[in-house]
Design a protein around this ligand. Structure first.
Ligand code: GLC
Length: 578
């Protein structure tokens, strides 16, 4: 029996950081018409959904994650009319639209907060979280994620307000029913305008421990550990369920949520089939690769542990626990090929290997813009090239206070800062890289002269074409989407091997990947005796030319990736014969 699956399980999603994608009015900032004009490119790549980072009005302290009008479009991005035209045209081309909604907090320039801060009995006061100071300082020892205290003083009311992110991002108080009603209206507004799905930003923070206890501190710490009091509290689930129940009534609507501190072991808390909360959850497994406990500290990447464990862990969850997003990067990470691949020695091979891995996993792939052409970290950025608010807040805290040297801090930024993944899309080798003729809001990565869309499109075996082929193969072989995943050699230090198999199909798929920059060998872990004779084993795709036939010992070149179709040894199911 064929069960019709929801669309969001079968699409390949392309994430666009709008600010950096394509500028049409030449102000140095990407815009919605830029995306409209890029639809042919998206079609050529073969994606069937896009997810845009926030497009609502914002003073851009955190580039759209600080919203000052939930019903408006950010001035630099265009107008509501541009939005309507974009969504209509996307739909005409069979492309779905997923919108980022930031409802854990607003901008301090939102009219609600401007009101709220004027007096303790203003009707909007309770939309936010306020506490009296303690001993001439903030109410407790919680830090903000971006550095400094999580509390900011408000003179007019002689109180502090909570901001888990920057001081221009005051947190909402979800215990206020009127606020929740407003949020439901915001969701309805965008659903009525045609969006197909939401990504709820920082959603696991919407409930806080209302006792606001100090967090435990280790010697030398300036702030306490606030995570247990602000992340994944039980109430979060009630709030999400309520929003979904009351505001999201379309049966096929898609909801993704960002939730740090959750892994495949406990993601079912949010994504279980009957939970009516999130359809997929964005975890931080990939984000954390190479990231030490401090922002300037890089740690060696253990691909075996992180990639293999994480991908297999997510892919082998029972369906009842929920569906998975398959991604490496987003606007909060560094570039995939720099963080996980090897952009210095094997940029092309590693970018393709990672594409093959991503697109043969079980779940919905989210490709971050630029990864399909192998864009890299901005290794030559100077401190003044960065735009991320966290860079400057943490500079104060860490460099000015003498905890880290300016040189080490900058090296840390080169490896770990999220601005690496926010540089303008590299369309061609002209000045401005085809992104804009104006000075871009953040500098271009200088390698645009060699790494760009135009060059990729002209090169038959480019990274772009590899993605394109893989996306196509995934579409025409649905076992690659829905089939179960079996991993072999889980302890191998370099090689990731798995098969994908459906319930009744006579073909399964074998994936061999060397996730390192050194040649690798292993005994082929599955018995192919009955399948080795062509055409029962067929190499469908590889990132190196002229590969030798599959034998009982696999030898893989650095970052080599191969996808085979193999005959399933499953007993033929008599009921499946026509
Ligand atoms: C999420 C976003 C990040 C933003 C933060 C505050 O983590 O992905 O970009 O800075 O929330 O909204």
């Amino acid at each position: 029996m064929i069960i019709k699956q929801p669309w969001w399980k079968e699409v390949v999603v392309y994430q666009i950081y709008v600010r950096s994608f394509k500028d049409t009015d030449q102000d140095g900032i990407g815009d919605l018409p830029g995306i409209l004009g890029s639809i042919p490119y998206l079609k050529q790549l073969g994606v069937d959904a896009i997810y845009l980072n926030p497009i609502n009005k914002s003073p851009n302290d955190d580039f759209g994650y600080d919203i000052s009008d939930f019903y408006g479009i950010m001035d630099e991005f265009g107008t509501l009319a541009d939005f309507d035209e974009l969504i209509r045209t996307l739909h005409d081309h069979g492309i779905r639209f997923i919108m980022d909604l930031v409802i854990n907090h607003s901008s301090d320039e939102h009219p609600w907060f401007k009101e709220a801060r004027t007096s303790r009995d203003n009707p909007f006061h309770d939309f936010y979280i306020w506490r009296d100071g303690k001993a001439g300082g903030p109410p407790n020892n919680w830090p903000s994620f971006f550095g400094g205290s999580a509390w900011a003083y408000n003179e007019a009311t002689d109180e502090y307000y909570l901001h888990l992110f920057s001081r221009k991002q005051p947190d909402f108080n979800f215990t206020n029913d009127q606020l929740i009603d407003h949020i439901k209206n915001i969701l309805r507004f965008w659903i009525d305008r045609g969006v197909d799905g939401f990504r709820f930003d920082a959603i696991n923070h919407i409930a806080k421990d209302l006792e606001f206890p100090d967090g435990p501190m280790k010697p030398g710490d300036r702030y306490g550990d606030f995570i247990p009091f602000v992340q994944n509290l039980p109430k979060v689930h009630d709030y999400i369920r309520e929003l979904r129940r009351d505001a999201i009534t379309l049966p096929d609507f898609f909801v993704a949520g960002e939730a740090g501190g959750i892994g495949f072991e406990n993601a079912h808390l949010y994504t279980a089939q009957d939970s009516n909360e999130l359809d997929v959850l964005f975890h931080f497994d990939m984000h954390s690769i190479g990231r030490g406990p401090q922002d300037w500290l890089r740690i060696p990447v253990d691909l075996r542990k992180t990639i293999k464990r994480s991908f297999t862990g997510w892919a082998t969850r029972p369906d009842t626990e929920g569906w998975n997003p398959v991604f490496y990067s987003n606007h909060d990470t560094t570039r995939t090929v720099s963080r996980i691949g090897d952009d210095a020695h094997y940029r092309e091979a590693s970018a393709k290997a990672l594409a093959l891995l991503q697109l043969t996993q079980r779940g919905t792939p989210f490709i971050y813009y630029g990864d399909e052409i192998g864009m890299t970290n901005a290794w030559d950025f100077k401190l003044t090239d960065y735009r991320d608010i966290a860079v400057f807040q943490k500079y104060e805290e860490q460099v000015v206070n003498g905890i880290v040297s300016p040189g080490d801090y900058l090296t840390g930024l080169h490896y770990l800062n999220r601005d690496n993944a926010r540089t303008p899309m590299q369309w061609n080798s002209q000045p401005g890289a085809g992104f804009s003729t104006a000075t871009p809001w953040i500098p271009l990565n200088q390698n645009y002269q060699t790494i760009n869309v135009e060059a990729e499109l002209q090169t038959p075996d480019s990274i772009f074409h590899f993605y394109q082929t893989m996306i196509h193969l995934r579409r025409v072989h649905p076992v690659l989407i829905h089939g179960s995943l079996t991993e072999y050699l889980p302890h191998h230090e370099q090689i990731y091997v798995y098969t994908r198999q459906g319930e009744v199909e006579s073909t399964e798929y074998l994936i061999l990947l060397n996730l390192t920059s050194k040649p690798a060998q292993a005994e082929l872990p599955i018995d192919l005796t009955n399948r080795l004779d062509p055409p029962v084993v067929a190499l469908m795709l590889s990132n190196y030319p002229n590969r030798p036939p599959l034998e009982s010992v696999i030898s893989l070149l650095p970052w080599e990736a191969r996808l085979y179709a193999i005959k399933s040894l499953k007993e033929e199911d008599p009921s499946s014969t026509v």
